[in-house]
Design a protein around this ligand. Structure first.
Ligand code: HEM
Length: 125
């Protein structure tokens, strides 16, 4: 049976999301497509924003909404020209982060298609 979204946080906690997002951002500065888009002096902040969003989205504390408001992800990504190549690269880095952080298989089975679908939704070119 598929793990319900709102039970993912209960399975992996802040720690699991922190490890995942850290594994993702560890690849960003060296990436030729994604590296230039992210704030070099605030990668830790970017890490926290993505982590807290995922915690909120998957049944954990509401820190993201308290600090950032409604996610409005399409609007927040409007400044970036997200074409198919950029979308695919983001997903490739996240797929690698999922492999590296070795979360429980039922969690990975929920997160992998979630990231792919949201990334497709964020394409704006
Ligand atoms: C499709 C390719 C994507 C690109 C090129 C991209 C790029 C970016 C960039 C450059 C930022 C600013 C970093 C910061 O300072 O916070 C950002 C923020 C963010 N991204 Fe993405 N992103 C992509 C996909 C996604 C996906 C799939 C998700 C969620 C599943 C996501 C969730 C977020 C969140 C929550 C923030 C922080 C928003 C805020 O509160 O300001 N992004 N993204």
């Amino acid at each position: 049976m598929t793990l319900p979204d709102d039970q993912v946080f209960a399975r992996i906690g802040d720690d699991g999301f922190t490890r995942l997002v850290r594994a993702f951002y560890a690849q960003v500065p060296g990436d030729d497509l994604l590296g230039p888009l992210y704030p070099p002096d605030d990668l830790a902040g970017a890490e926290t924003r993505l982590r807290d969003f995922l915690v909120f989205r998957f049944g954990g504390p509401q820190r993201y909404v308290e600090q950032r408001g409604h996610p409005r992800l399409r609007m927040r990504h409007a400044p970036y020209a997200i074409d198919e190549a950029l979308r695919d690269r983001w997903v490739a880095l996240m797929d690698r982060a999922l492999d590296e952080s070795a979360l429980p298989p039922d969690v990975t089975a929920v997160l992998r298609p979630f990231f792919a679908d949201v990334a497709t939704f964020l394409r704006n070119r």
